[in-house]
Design a protein around this ligand. Structure first.
Ligand code: ATP
Length: 454
């Protein structure tokens, strides 16, 4: 079994991520975070917010609605062109993305982003690219498939209006540009960030939570003057990389990937890719978007999106540098990076998740050595759980309990023994080194806080 399958299994068995609607045989490509997974993902979102809002001086958080006026999606271009080139296999009736077929066939040597639909079709025909499912090469022509989910709003049949589930969070940031600027008395350059759900009717979802139809994005738009935009673009490329390194990613597992094909309004765009067990894949994007988004909203809404510089009296529409990362895709990458199998001195293998302590689901596990120590252990548990997430386990041998905590990446295990009753000290074991030290119960909170700093 490859590491990816092992991680998927661990996720289900240890409470990270379950298949959605599991008892009804699931709903393809939907996933539910369990008690351990929700802590991990929340901690990752908090870490992101800390770097991109809390410590960012001039960035402001918002939480915009998922539903937006349909004109937003006309202005953003999503109604007309947020689509993937799909092809159906006439033989087995499965649906595929033409660009993916070409990328996989050419092993990344041909870039389908630079091709028109006609060119892609020709390439697939000339090279007799087969359907990955049934092996035949009997394709329909390419059609563009819009990825937005739509629904309708209205309480009577006649008054139904078509509305969309947002396919990205960014538009909430653009339409609130002046609301934030005025209410916070913000001066360009400044940023708007948010974390929220997005929905895409993906042609080829899959690879666990890597590509799903419902996911969370963490997006940050930086509004700046045109002549500074490329400087900020470079700064955000670095900041995005630094954020990943701060979570414990190894530099050699990350790389920049510049886009060959740019949108007409963009001066630059790149992704950061991560070396997943399935290969190098996009983790986040950094996009120079010029003044396109705000200009389009000015045009479609009829409302001015101009910023008035209070020092120079200059009026202009700022440029935008966008940084966008999927919270679920990042959580998956964090799990892949943390996963490790170590051979112990006694020949046994221990599976351990080396999460950065700040994002570990539980910070401490309280483990009484015997059941009759549980009263004292519960006292320690209640005290620590006022400060951070703590878990409690009194079932099974101490070795097995350590293994369970290693598998969910708990950085510290505290054992309560008979000496604890005498001298109010406990043993604390480090997940990574497995070393143990003895400390006073009264020092535990400070000790743990020091270890989980971010
Ligand atoms: P991809 O090329 O992988 O489809 P994209 O270029 O369409 O991604 P963006 O629209 O730039 O992605 O979205 C920003 C980020 O949101 C991505 O880098 C990724 O982390 C996340 N993301 C996008 N689509 C999905 C999805 N279907 N499932 C999970 N995360 C996603």
């Amino acid at each position: 079994m490859g590491n990816f399958d092992k991680i998927v299994n661990l996720c289900k068995n240890r409470g990270f991520i379950f298949p959605g609607s599991d008892i009804y045989d699931g709903l393809a490509n939907t996933w539910d975070y369990g008690p351990v997974g929700v802590e991990l993902k929340n901690n990752i979102k908090r870490a992101w917010w800390k770097k991109f809002v809390q410590e960012a001086h001039n960035s402001f958080g918002i939480d915009a609605d998922i539903f937006m006026n349909s004109k937003v999606w006309e202005a953003s271009g999503h109604t007309a062109s947020f689509s993937d080139p799909k092809m159906d296999c006439k033989n087995c009736k499965t649906r595929h993305r033409a660009d993916n077929l070409i990328e996989e066939y050419s092993k990344g040597k041909v870039n389908p982003d630079l091709m028109t639909n006609e060119e892609m079709e020709q390439y697939i025909k000339d090279n007799h690219i087969n359907c990955p499912k049934c092996g035949k090469s009997d394709w329909t022509s390419i059609r563009n498939f819009n990825l937005m989910f739509s629904t309708s709003r209205g309480v009577t049949d006649e008054s139904q209006n078509l509305i969309y589930l947002r396919p990205e969070t960014a538009q909430g940031e653009f339409v609130n540009f002046l609301n934030v600027q005025r209410s916070m008395r913000a001066k360009v350059p400044f940023g708007i960030a948010q974390i929220g759900k997005a929905f895409r009717n993906e042609v080829t979802p899959g690879n666990f939570t890597f590509r799903t139809i419902e996911f969370e994005q963490m997006e940050h738009q930086w509004f700046c003057k045109a002549d500074t935009s490329l400087k900020y673009y470079e700064e955000f490329k670095k900041k995005a990389m630094d954020f990943l390194l701060s979570l414990g990613f190894k530099q050699e597992h990350l790389r920049y990937h510049d886009h060959d094909k740019l949108a007409h309004y963009a001066k630059a765009a790149c992704d950061i890719q991560y070396l997943y067990p399935i290969g190098w894949e996009e983790l986040n994007g950094i996009h120079h978007r010029g003044d396109w988004d705000l200009s389009r909203h000015q045009e479609f809404s009829g409302k001015s999106m101009m910023y008035l510089d209070p020092y120079t009296n200059e009026k202009y529409i700022p440029n935008v540098v966008e940084y966008s990362i999927g919270a679920d895709r990042l959580t998956l990458a964090v799990m892949c990076e943390a996963y490790d199998e170590e051979i112990l001195d006694n020949g046994e293998t221990r599976v351990v998740m080396h999460f950065h302590p700040a994002i570990a689901p539980y910070k401490v596990a309280i483990l009484p050595l015997q059941k009759n120590l549980s009263e004292k252990a519960m006292e320690v548990y209640s005290n620590l759980s006022k400060h951070f997430m703590v878990t409690y386990d009194e079932a099974g041998s101490i070795g097995k309990r350590y293994r369970r905590q290693d598998e969910i990446g708990t950085p510290m295990c505290v054992t309560i023994d008979f000496d604890t009753l005498e001298d109010n000290t406990v043993t604390i074991r480090d997940r990574d080194t497995m070393e143990q030290i003895r400390i006073k119960i009264n020092d535990l909170v400070n000790y743990v806080n020091e270890k989980i700093k971010y």
